[in-house]
Write a protein that binds this ligand. Sequence first.
Ligand SMILES: NC(=O)c1ccc[n+]([C@@H]2O[C@H](COP(=O)([O-])OP(=O)(O)OC[C@H]3O[C@@H](n4cnc5c(N)ncnc54)[C@H](OP(=O)(O)O)[C@@H]3O)[C@@H](O)[C@H]2O)c1
Length: 220
Amino acid sequence: MSTFLVTGCGRGVGLALTKALLARGDRVIGSLRGGEAPLTHERFELVRFDVRDRAAILAAASSVRGPVDVLVNNAGIIGPRTPALAMDFDAFAETLDINVLGALRVVQAFLPHLREAPEAKVLTISSQLGSMAYPGSDRIAYRASKAALNKLMQGLALDLAADGIAVLTAHPGWVRTDMGGAGADIAPDESAAGLLALVDRLTLETTGRFLDWDGSPRPW
Ligand SMILES: NC(=O)c1ccc[n+]([C@@H]2O[C@H](COP(=O)([O-])OP(=O)(O)OC[C@H]3O[C@@H](n4cnc5c(N)ncnc54)[C@H](OP(=O)(O)O)[C@@H]3O)[C@@H](O)[C@H]2O)c1
């Protein structure tokens, strides 16, 4: 049984990951920023924080006991629809704050728990829209945030290797969630199963990669 921390466990891919992990016998510490717990289970523990709130994340981390084997940076927003030349700057800054800085705040706060685990891992849910090889200007704030997140995780993979912690950045597919919409390609369960298969195989030898949910490599 491994312990996973999943941010944004209340809906979408985060909820599907949480359910899949509990079904296979793992323990889940799930984060919510508001509302009711999505489920009750003897191996599920709820922590509360908004990924913009460093103090709340640190408080949550200090409330947790023991090692975290896998930290899953899942929480994210799609950000403003406004094109670059008519950018809503506050909304762009919020998108970066949540999608990029939020992931780093969570890694920093939970690092002591990762260091307690023998073969700790970080799985960060990014997006193909952040790939430099995938041009497009719609949702540019989101694209830019995921590109920055990718660079951050590529760097963290190098930094965390010293602690024996492996890092995987993954595109979850186009998933039928509130963010992906009803017309998306795959169900959250399918994405979650693919992502867990990837993180299960992740080692220090394969750290620092950007993969699709089905395991195919994604260009940065
Ligand atoms: N769906 C897709 O097709 C797709 C494609 C590529 C990448 N992704 C990525 O996959 C991840 C999950 O997406 P999803 O489709 O499941 O999205 P979703 O259904 O919109 O869910 C987003 C999750 O992030 C949480 N969240 C948002 N802002 C937060 C904040 N400030 N602090 C803490 N939690 C916050 C939400 O919590 P609340 O319930 O409190 O709002 C919710 O749990 C995201 O990183 C997204 O960018 C999704």
